[in-house]
Design a protein around this ligand. Structure first.
Ligand code: FAD
Length: 301
């Protein structure tokens, strides 16, 4: 992938060259756990820079995150990034979780504020002994030990931000509190990523921002995407997926083709890496990755 444009290397914990990484979540039962481990082994063959493990998202528990990240660290050649969300926790509990992460061999944390449980768009109330914003969690992680720290970035701006200026100001403050890199919310328009990156750079911040790639291969996923994020879904893609509603093979092809074009353009624009959301089913992410690698090696020839 070195055929692509410039990308930051200084201080980037995932080494030189665009990084490839994948997001998973702790499985809810034994059957899903087996499928998850098959998926992890498939991804391991690509030697990704890291695999991330979500925290509390989709009803999973703190124990689930620690246990999955611990096993990835102990039983695979991959480096787990454990997410940590501040919502609902006192600072003492957050420090305790970080101590458990360290004991479990986890050296990398994605520090998040989290959303209100139940209704992610409901009123945000900090824990009385907790923190209000992610930058405070970044400070706690920094004090807790020798972790690399990632934070969240929002190409369409955080839904609770009043305007772009305050959004960028707070993001930059979060980076300056000690973030090594950021990972974005899913998005479907490359311009949104570029606008965010350029605004952050114009504010004097050079924290690398890794775009998240969400493969959209099924029209039924689209409403779920809307629930999970405020990402604007391209109408044309929605129509094409709708037309292929009863043809999963064609829908897969359409989604992979769209995401591959996005990923190639992001790398050409100098994105520091690609972080694939897998929803624990990495087939589409792997197809996109192979297509991107194929394009990169033919560019190089
Ligand atoms: P913050 O950076 O605190 O920002 C929240 C809002 O507060 C923003 O509008 C910001 O501008 C504003 N703000 C920040 N600082 C200040 C200040 N000093 N004064 C006034 N306003 C301020 N959630 C989970 O629960 N578990 C997960 O595993 C998980 N994984 C995620 C992974 C990624 C890559 C992303 C992008 C999100 C993930 N989330 C997860 C969701 C995330 O927790 C929510 O999107 C949350 O709303 C984002 O918080 P943040 O960490 O960006 O918060």
């Amino acid at each position: 992938m070195t055929a692509h444009g410039p990308h930051p290397t200084a201080g980037y914990p995932w080494g030189p060259g665009p990084s490839v990484s994948f997001e998973f979540f702790p499985a809810a039962d034994e059957r899903r756990e087996r499928a998850l481990w098959q998926a992890l082994r498939q991804v391991e063959e690509l030697s990704p820079a890291f695999v991330s493990v979500t925290y509390g998202a989709g009803g999973s528990t703190r124990t689930g995150t620690i246990e999955l990240a611990r096993r990835i660290a102990a039983e695979t050649s991959m480096r787990p990034v454990a997410h940590l969300a501040a919502v609902g926790h006192s600072t003492a509990e957050l420090r305790d979780t970080l101590a458990r992460y360290a004991d479990a061999g986890i050296r990398d944390v994605l520090a998040l504020r989290g959303d209100p449980p139940g209704d992610p768009r409901g009123p945000w109330t900090p824990h009385p002994q907790g923190v209000e914003y992610a930058y405070q969690l970044v400070e706690i992680v920094k004090e807790a030990g020798d972790f690399t720290i990632g934070v969240a970035a929002f190409p369409e701006r955080h839904p609770r931000s009043a305007d772009w200026d305050s959004d960028i100001e707070h993001f930059v403050a979060k980076c300056r509190a000690g973030a090594d890199y950021a990972v974005t919310q899913m998005f479907f328009h490359v311009e949104d990523y570029l606008r965010l990156r350029d605004r952050v750079a114009a504010a004097g911040c050079d924290t690398p921002i890794i775009p998240e790639i969400m493969p959209a291969t099924d029209v039924r996923q689209i409403s779920r995407f809307a629930e999970l994020s405020d990402a604007a879904f391209p109408e044309d893609l929605a129509h094409r997926l709708e037309a292929a509603r009863d043809n999963p093979g064609e829908a897969h092809r359409i989604g992979v083709e769209f995401a591959t074009a996005m990923a190639e353009r992001l790398l050409a624009e100098g994105a520091p890496g690609l972080h694939y959301c897998t929803l624990n089913r990495p087939r589409a992410a792997l197809d996109i990755h192979r297509a991107v690698m194929g394009a990169a090696s033919s560019d190089a020839r």
